[in-house]
Design a protein around this ligand. Structure first.
Ligand code: MG
Length: 174
């Protein structure tokens, strides 16, 4: 796989709540590794919106196990994860593989039955693809971020626009 192929998600969605957990389960998935910031909650928000929490419960009812995988610190990640009663891995160092391996161990699922859902190409998608995991890219929930993330976003928007122009990465369910 060339390095650029590892930056192409398997699927797109406007938000995690736009995904159909029952359809993911029918596709053969048993586990979801989900990013925290801008995927489950907006920047600096400490609790899940009711619609997001309802979606997580729906995923579990569909037979999917969910683990939060975040590059953010343990205090924030654990507080959020405990409030929605999910396992989590903080300081994940995505796109490095160690955090993904820990998340798979917590889920008890294999790579081919686990999907990654996240809003960043250079951490979530790249890490997932390097691990052989199915990668779903979602649109970020909130635009307020640290400067470092912001400059990466500029690159990311250009990359995503280029992929869409080339017809790479189909909208989820299309
Ligand atoms: Mg994120």
């Amino acid at each position: 796989m060339s390095w650029s192929r590892t930056l192409v998600p398997d699927a797109w969605a406007p938000a995690i709540t736009a995904l159909d957990p029952e359809a993911l389960a029918r596709q053969g998935f048993r586990g979801l590794i989900v990013d925290l910031d801008n995927t489950l909650t907006g920047w600096n928000k400490h609790v899940a919106a009711p619609a997001v929490e309802a979606w997580l419960r729906r995923a579990e009812t569909a037979g999917l196990r969910v683990c939060i995988l975040s590059n953010n610190g343990a205090t924030r990640v654990r507080a959020f994860a405990e409030a929605v009663a999910l396992p989590s891995v903080a300081h994940a160092n995505k796109p490095r593989r160690g955090g993904f391996r820990r998340a798979l161990a917590l889920l008890g699922t294999t790579a081919d039955e686990t999907a990654v859902i996240g809003d960043q190409v250079w951490t979530d998608v790249l890490g997932a693809r390097r691990m052989g995991l199915y990668a779903v890219l979602v649109q970020p929930l909130a635009p307020r971020e640290f400067f470092g993330t912001r400059s990466l976003r500029w690159l990311e928007r250009r990359w995503v626009a280029r992929l869409k122009r080339r017809g790479l990465g189909l909208p989820f369910g299309a």
